[in-house]
Ligand binder design. Structure first.
Ligand code: V4E
Length: 221
């Protein structure tokens, strides 16, 4: 399991040129479809848990607590507030365990973890429905700064967003990741102290206003 620390930013046609001028190297160009799942009552997303299937693999993003030793100055804490931190889980048994923990009431009594292994059935047994489906075209850039990746995403519903991302292994140095992101943001000339909306934020606002309103009222989005 690793921790994904990232800062989103608004990007436009000029962003790729700016990155290349900074010495960033385009390391991948990919297209993938994401399908996000939740119960009809939004049990997972109301806990800020994001279950998705990407390229045939299940992934679960879960919130993590902010380490109070992370920020030392006001300026650093402002920069850190623009970053999100999520645990990214890719082991299916672990994903099933965590999902089951949240939505106990939907699971049949006495169900064993082995019976959850059948990929087609575990989703329906837990009453999970696909609430969002979209395709992203992603350009990934590597920088001289070790471990920093910049993704420029263009979703098929007409929204583009950039992400500066650092992966931190379990128990790794989150403060160092935040500093790398801040240095990269400065090099990119990012200004403003507003959090930038992610693809899901825009998708739900446009296509599922009821779900969106619920998440907004609970300060998840
Ligand atoms: C909405 C959401 C999540 C699902 C989507 O995560 P995101 O990082 O936006 O997608 P993507 O495609 O870039 O994933 P990657 O390829 O980087 O793994 S996970 C957490 N949230 C909530 C959330 C939030 N409240 N605020 C911000 C700035 N980001 C996400």
């Amino acid at each position: 399991m690793c921790l994904e620390v990232e800062r989103k930013f608004l990007c436009n046609d000029e962003t790729q040129k700016t990155l290349e001028e900074m010495g960033a190297v385009c390391v991948a160009q990919r297209q993938f479809q994401d399908q996000y799942f939740d119960t009809p009552k939004f049990d997972l997303t109301l806990k800020d848990m994001w279950l998705r299937k990407r390229k045939g693999c299940w992934e679960l993003k879960c919130p993590t607590t902010v380490d109070t030793t992370e920020q030392t100055s006001g300026e650093q804490s402002e920069a850190a507030a623009l970053c999100s931190r999520y645990k990214e889980i890719t082991s299916l048994p672990e994903i099933q365990r965590r999902v089951k923990e949240v939505i106990q009431e939907f699971c049949e009594e006495g169900e064993t973890s082995s019976s959850l292994e059948d990929e087609e059935s575990w989703v329906s047994k837990m009453s999970l429905l696909c609430f969002a489906e979209f395709t992203t075209m992603r350009l990934s850039f590597a920088l001289e700064e070790e471990g920093v990746q910049i993704d420029l995403d263009r979703a098929d519903f007409g929204y583009s967003v950039g992400e500066i991302e650092v992966l931190v292994p379990e128990g790794g140095d989150v403060q160092c990741a935040l500093e790398k992101i801040e240095r990269t943001a400065r090099k990119l000339g990012l200004t403003g102290d507003q959090r930038v909306e992610g693809k899901m934020h825009v998708y739900l606002g446009r296509y599922h206003p009821e779900h969106y309103a619920k998440l907004q009222s609970e300060h998840i989005l």
